[in-house]
Design a protein around this ligand. Sequence first.
Ligand SMILES: Nc1ncnc2c1ncn2[C@@H]1O[C@H](COP(=O)(O)OP(=O)(O)OP(=O)(O)O)[C@@H](O)[C@H]1O
Ligand SMILES: [Mg+2]
Length: 311
Amino acid sequence: MKIIKIEELVKKFGDNVAVDNINLEIEEGEIFGLLGPNGAGKSTIINIICGLLAMDRGKVEILGRDIKKDPFFAKKNIGIVPQDIAIYDDLTAYENINFFAGLYGLRGRSLKDQVEEALEFVGLADKAKSRPGDFSGGMKRRLNIACAIAHRPKLIIMDEPTVGIDPQSRNHILHSVRKLNELGSTIIYTSHYMEEVEEICSRIAIVDHGKVIAEGTNEELKGIVTNTNSIWITVDSTNRLSADQLKAIKGVTNVEIDNNLIKVNSSADINNLDKVILYFIENLVAIKSIESKTPNLESVFLTLTGRKLRD
Ligand SMILES: Nc1ncnc2c1ncn2[C@@H]1O[C@H](COP(=O)(O)OP(=O)(O)OP(=O)(O)O)[C@@H](O)[C@H]1O
Ligand SMILES: [Mg+2]
């Protein structure tokens, strides 16, 4: 069963097309990654799915039901962890979850049990009576996750849940994503950290300028760049180097100079390593190390857009 089906979705802010005719289908049971740079349109897509923002055009179905015709059904089946933490500082951790779960219609014994279960799940059981004012960013984020999952939604959407938090909370969150998925929830996970998306997602859509520019499993996406060889060369000084001259070598598709590191991409069907090395020797640039890089989602993004995922 498809948990979500998005058809020809469009959203504009004035002249800015934030979501530009997006089509996406996600099966139940997936951890689906939405990967894209700042301003790609990830949060706008998410906010439309959750009914927080109106679409200009298109259709979104949750478990086969149109969210415009049946907004309550959609809301009941979705748990959202928004990009900006939304919790009340003057309520305790317990009261925060209790409040949000109550909005979804939970009452009595099941409310109490599920609030406690959610607190336990995010590792904040010992903080039940504390107010989040003194929590670290990571703890606030975990409390926010608890608020989104206590009503046991079928679809959990997390919008950049690991931005700006400590590594321990980050690991805790990534672990919870996997566990929630094992317990039966489908997850949509947005991020501009390709390492995270590679690590946990079963399928990934790369979004840029409001469009899905590639979609598939991690392996399928990397297949886009298997015709590219990437070598990283570290030197003492780049003074005598020119990216343009390197780019002129036959087969070179992209050159990036980052301090003393030079990243050279070439098409795999042209063997030009000797010519690249010769360029350094002829220009009297001492090579300290050479590494051959296997493709990752960053190189997929670079190949598709000519830009880096993160600045
Ligand atoms: N409420 C708004 N009013 C006007 N423009 C907006 C609004 N929300 C988003 N935008 C614009 O829409 C585009 C997409 O923004 P969005 O927040 O969806 O990107 P994102 O992929 O979530 O980025 P980030 O990684 O920075 O969170 C951007 O150009 C942004 O400036
Ligand atoms: Mg966003």
